[in-house]
Design a binder for this molecule. Structure first.
Ligand code: ADP
Ligand code: GLC
Length: 480
């Protein structure tokens, strides 16, 4: 199949969260299966500075209609592996910045223009370069207008650009909501500026466009596909989702085992496998050292890696700080984002520097070291579309403690409920629920044979993209 993907993140060129890992690994896996895959990405500064991009060739100069003006841009392309072409949509005014979405304090004011321009440029490049896709697959709000823009361009130009369109919701909490006046920038027919189109409570919602107008809608776990049909998890779009249930599915993300694999992980000080965990002990020592703790420490190490955002349950963790302060344990957190959460974590670390360590930055190597060197991985999310870190921690033999929500339910088995094949511990997404799971974790850690059994069950799981990519292949064929 000829498959075109469009997303605002792609590992290893730009990453702020799991979207980058998921799209990077899926497109790579599809290319390895012999499909002809193109991936479109905004030409952010960091992406253009990546070594691969030095080989990029200018494919097209673009003139994109944005309301009543035309804006110029360029499409550059390079091929990082067989069957895979990465297109960077460039326009320095929009993408030559230090970060993809905002300045750290708030989102860029021109994000509507930046991502509407990106979406239009993807469609225009497909048309001018005659890409003739079987499937166009767009991800999250930044690319959500693409299914609609594909059909609009086909209507205007009397040409077929794609046989079917697929839209994946990686997180329904991020919707691309903009003032009503933004609608003019889309140049879509006025009849789409209403409740059956992309209008949403006197604003426009780009995400709604993807949900309503793609041929197939997916999200990243079966459980989340159910949850987003309810007011509790639908973030106001549950009614819209309900109109698409016949075309909605939940496909679990996989793990790129060239990147997340303790047997070959070059970011670790030592490598290991389920049959020989000596390397894990070395990673544990290195992690303790990196955090400034006694490298011989024998108690449990609780690790956490996440965006500091409400979703990730940082407040549940903070509400349970007494648990960490009162016991012989260590808490190591790698995370950046929300300043209030960062300050509270920093204050906790300052209060008990011998127990709590905060690393408040984006640090790929440190994220691998925490996955490998911790004894437990803490993920008390309030909601979680799929979640990748609980997959990584199982592969790395680090027992995950996760909330009973979304993709966490689909990928972790509670070891107290299923003593013979449990891979982690499940918590209710409440302060008391997390405390209960942390206490059970201490008991598990105190029972070395049982801890080792859970670790082995976790490491025996297969989360590779070979399986996940099959599910997408089937979805594409089904749609076609
Ligand atoms: P989400 O996409 O909601 O942030 P996921 O669990 O799907 O959550 O994926 C998060 C990804 O981002 C993981 O690969 C994780 O290691 C990475 N990550 C999150 N915060 C950091 C950080 N501060 N430094 C390095 N990697 C991080
Ligand atoms: C989103 C979700 C996360 C998911 C990731 C990749 O960022 O928050 O749960 O794993 O997308 O699909």
């Amino acid at each position: 199949m000829k498959i075109v993907h469009a997303a605002s993140e792609l590992f290893p060129y730009i990453k702020t969260g799991g979207l980058a890992d998921a799209v990077g690994a899926l497109t790579g896996a599809l290319a390895d299966k012999g499909h002809e895959v193109s991936v479109f990405l905004p030409g952010y500064r960091v992406a253009r500075e990546h070594a691969d991009a030095a080989r990029a060739e200018l494919k097209l100069r673009l003139k994109i209609e944005m309301g009543d003006q035309f804006m110029s841009g360029e499409a550059w392309a390079f091929s990082p592996r067989k069957n895979l072409t990465v297109y960077l949509i460039c326009r320095d005014e929009f993408y030559d910045r230090r970060a993809p979405y905002g300045n750290g304090e708030r989102d860029f004011e021109d994000n509507a223009d930046r991502f509407i321009f990106f979406s239009k440029a993807v469609v225009e490049t497909m048309r001018l370069a005659d890409l003739q896709a079987d499937i166009v697959h767009a991800h999250d709000w930044q690319a959500a207008l693409i299914p609609l823009l594909v059909r609009e361009s086909e209507r205007r130009h009397g040409a077929t650009l794609a046989l079917k369109t697929v839209f994946t919701i990686h997180n329904i909490a991020y919707q691309g909501l903009f003032p009503a006046a933004t609608f003019a920038r889309t140049n879509l027919p006025e009849e789409l500026n209403n409740i059956d189109g992309i209008e949403y409570y006197a604003q426009i919602s780009l995400l709604k466009g993807g949900i309503l107008f793609a041929d197939r809608v997916t999200t990243v776990s079966p459980r989340y596909a159910q949850e987003i049909q309810t007011p509790e998890f639908g973030c106001g779009l549950d009614g819209v989702i309900q109109t698409r249930v016949d075309d909605l599915s939940g496909l679990i993300n996989g793990v790129d085992d060239a990147v997340w694999n303790p047997a070959i992980d070059k970011l670790l000080p030592a490598r290991y496998s389920a049959s020989d965990l000596k390397g894990k002990a070395l990673c544990r020592t290195a992690l303790l050292k990196a955090a400034g703790f006694d490298p011989m420490f024998k108690g449990a190490i609780y690790g956490m890696v996440c965006r500091l955002a409400e979703q990730k349950g940082i407040d549940l963790l903070l509400a349970n700080q007494a648990f960490f302060l009162e016991r012989e344990v260590k808490l190591i957190v790698l995370g950046s984002g929300d300043k209030r959460m960062e300050n509270e974590l920093r204050a906790l670390a300052a209060q008990a520097p011998e127990k709590v360590f905060l690393c408040a930055r984006l640090d790929e190597a440190m994220s691998h070291l925490i996955e490998a060197g911790s004894d437990f991985f803490v993920m008390p999310s309030l909601f979680e579309p799929c979640g990748l870190n609980q997959l990584y921690s199982q592969i790395y033999g680090t027992v995950p403690i996760v909330s009973r929500v979304g993709g966490l339910v689909d990928t972790v088995i509670d070891a107290d409920k299923a003593p013979n094949f449990g891979t982690g511990l499940m918590a209710e997404p409440t302060v008391a629920g997390l405390l209960d799971a942390l206490r059970r974790a201490q008991r598990l850690y105190g029972d070395a044979p049982r801890y080792a059994a859970v670790q082995q069950c976790a490491m025996a799981k297969d989360f590779s993209w070979k399986i996940a990519a099959l599910a997408y292949e089937k979805l594409y064929l089904d749609a076609l």
